[in-house]
Design a protein around this ligand. Sequence first.
Ligand SMILES: Cc1ncc(COP(=O)(O)O)c(C=O)c1O
Length: 442
Amino acid sequence: MSDRLKAMPNDLRAFWMPFTANRQFKQAPRMFVSASDMHYVTADGRKVLDGTAGLWCCNAGHTRPKITKAIQDQAAELDYAPAFQMGHPAAFEAANRLIDIAPSGMDHVFFTNSGSESVETALKMALAYHRVRGEGQRTRLIGRERGYHGVNFGGISVGGIVTNRKMFGTLLGGVDHLPHTHLPEKNAFTRGEPEHGANLADELERIVTLHDASTIAAVIVEPVAGSTGVLIPPKGYLQKLRAICDKHGILLIFDEVITGFGRLGTPFAADYFGVTPDIITTAKGVTNGVIPMGAVFVKGMIHDAFMTGPEHLIEFFHGYTYSANPIASAACIGTLDTYKDEGLLTRGAELAPYWEDALHSLKGEPHVKDIRNIGLIGAIELEPIAGQPTKRAFAAFIKAYERGALIRTTGDIIALSPPLIITKGQINELIDHIREVLRMID
Ligand SMILES: Cc1ncc(COP(=O)(O)O)c(C=O)c1O
C-alpha cells in the first residue's frame, strides 16, 4: 500500500462527515485503511469482521479481483463519455446484464449514482408516466411511516423518519403515508415473515378513498425496511398492496436499494415475495459499493409510454452527468460477473437457516427485546436506556468495533447484513462478538 493511503491525517476538522456524530468521532477516530473479502483493516493494523457489507453494499466482500480489474481496465481505456446524446458500450452491456437477472417484465434500466437519486428518478418517472398517458392529475405519492428512501427532497417526503424530515421545511406537497408494519407486541422474536399485520395494507384503500384514486400516481415502499431497523413485511402484506395498486391504476415502486442483489437469497426481494412492482430502485450492490451507481428498473409499459412523439425529441427530461459513467458501468459488469461466478445472488438462501439460528441464539442475553431475520439480514432490538435513546446501541457499536466486528446501529437496534460470502464460522464469530458485547455494556 502507498504511504499516502496508509498515512493518518493530522487534522480531521475539514471533513463534515455524513450521518455521523462528528465530535465524538474526531475525539476517537475509527479509520479503515484497507479491506479484503470479509475483513477491514484499521489504521492501527487490527482486522475487523464486516457484519454490515460496508453499508449494505459490498455483497461480494471487499477488493474482489474481477471488479478491481474491470475498473482499472476501463479507466485506462475510456475514462468518461458524455451521458446525454452519446453512449459507450459498457453502459449498454451493464443494462443488458441487469435485465438478465431482473424479475420478468422489468426490461429497461435508467442509471443514476446513488439510492437517493434512484428514488427521485422513480418518483419523477411515475408522475411523468401518468402525464404522457393523459392522466396528469395523478400527482400524489404515497410512502410509509418508518420508510427510508434516501435524503433528497422526494425521498424524505415519501420517507417516514422524523429526524430526516423535521429540519427541512414543508417537503413535497401531495404526499401521504401508509402506517408502518412493525408490531412488536404481536410479532416479537418472529423468524422470517411475521404472521400479523397484512391488514395494514388495507390502509391504502382508506387513503384512496380520502384522495380518490384518480389523484394518486404511485406507492413506494421498501419490501424489507432496512434503515429503520429491519422491518419485515407481514405475510401477505406486499401481495395486498400489489392488488390494491392494480385495482386503482396506481404504480407500485419497490425500493430495493438494500434488498437487491441477493440480500434475501434471491436476486431481488420481488423474487423472494413473488410480487413484481412496476419500478424497482437499486444502488449499492449494483457495483458492490465500489463505485457510486444506481439503477432504476422499469416495466416495458412505462418505458414505452414515453416513446411517442417526434423521434428527434428527448423523451424524458431527466438524467445525471454520471448516469452510466464508464467506470461505474465496468464496475457493475465486474460485480455481476463475480455474483455469477460465486452464485452469490442465491447463496443467502443456503445460509439463511444457519444465520437465523445463530441470531436467535441471542434471545435471553442482556437488553435484548426482539430479534428479527430474513435472508442474510438480522436485527437485534435492545431495550433503550431510560431517557437516553440510542445510547445503549451506540455503546454496543463502539465495543464491537474495539473487539473486531463491524455492526450497524439505528436507534437502539443492531442491524446486520454481512457480505454474502460469509462462512458459517464467520457467522459464529460475529454472533459471539455481539453476545460478549451485550454482556459488557450497561
Ligand atoms: C431503501 C433505501 N433507499 C435509498 C437509500 C439511499 O441510498 P444512497 O445513500 O445511495 O443515496 C438507502 C440507503 O441506505 C436505502 O436503504
